[in-house]
Ligand binder design. Structure first.
Ligand SMILES: N[C@@H](CCC(=O)N[C@@H](CS)C(=O)NCC(=O)O)C(=O)O
Length: 211
């Protein structure tokens, strides 16, 4: 498989963890989100993914898949082991809810395009943009800190979809210097996950395009 990725993209990081956990070999195609005004916005990548975002995955039959959750669900369907969701329907919905807090409520507020809009179209200064970023991470993490199960992972003894979404968001929060002292459970989950090779190999600093 071929993964269009950027080392710092938390959405691509989710997919990298899933590919590693499932033991699926893949080739990284780096798309630099900053250089040349963002290479994801240039015609060559727009022809690949009209949404002009990463990640995008080329499946073995050549079909292109976009959106990290859709890609991860595809990987789960073609390679169910190890499972990323529990068997019980209620538990599955609860795990998905944890992942959705990151995917739907934190990340869209803070992704590159949203922050660029605040800066270039709404003419906000960097301190205001940083405050916006911190606000949405703290808001989401406050909910997650109450909702996660006794560890070591977000939903208990097994790694789930919830961890694939949480750990990349924590990495971004650290990079943007969001204080994490109020979130000891989340930090504990991060420590447990990063001990696993599948998570460690997916980290931004371990990518071929890392700077
Ligand atoms: N919901 C999408 C989000 C994808 C996304 O926003 N990716 C970011 C990098 S983490 C991106 O490509 N941003 C480019 C931009 O906003 O211009 C997913 O889960 O795949």
């Amino acid at each position: 498989m071929k993964l269009y990725s950027y080392f710092r993209s938390s959405a691509a990081y989710r997919v990298r963890i899933a590919l590693n956990l499932k033991g699926i070999a893949y080739e990284t195609v780096p798309i630099h989100l900053i250089k040349d005004g963002g290479r994801h916005r240039q015609a060559e990548y727009r022809a690949v993914n009209p949404q002009m975002r990463v990640p995008a995955l080329v499946a073995p039959d050549g079909e292109l898949l976009i959106q990290s959750l859709a890609i991860i669900e595809y990987l789960e369907e073609i390679k169910p082991e190890p499972p990323l969701l529990p068997k019980d329907p209620i538990a599955r919905a609860q795990v998905r809810a944890l992942a959705d807090i990151v995917a739907c409520d934190i990340h869209p507020m803070n992704n590159l395009g949203s922050l660029r809009y605040l800066k270039h179209e709404l003419h906000q200064e960097q301190p205001a943009i940083d405050a916006w970023y911190h606000h949405w991470v703290i808001d989401g993490f406050t909910s997650l800190e109450s909702l996660v199960r006794p560890g070591p992972y977000s939903f208990g003894a097994d790694v789930t979809l919830a961890d694939l979404f949480l750990i990349p968001q924590v990495a971004n929060a650290r990079r943007l210097k969001v204080p994490l002292e109020a979130f000891p459970k989340i930090v504990g989950i991060e420590t447990a996950c990063l001990r696993l090779s599948a998570f460690d190999r997916a980290r931004p600093e371990n990518q071929p395009d890392a700077e």
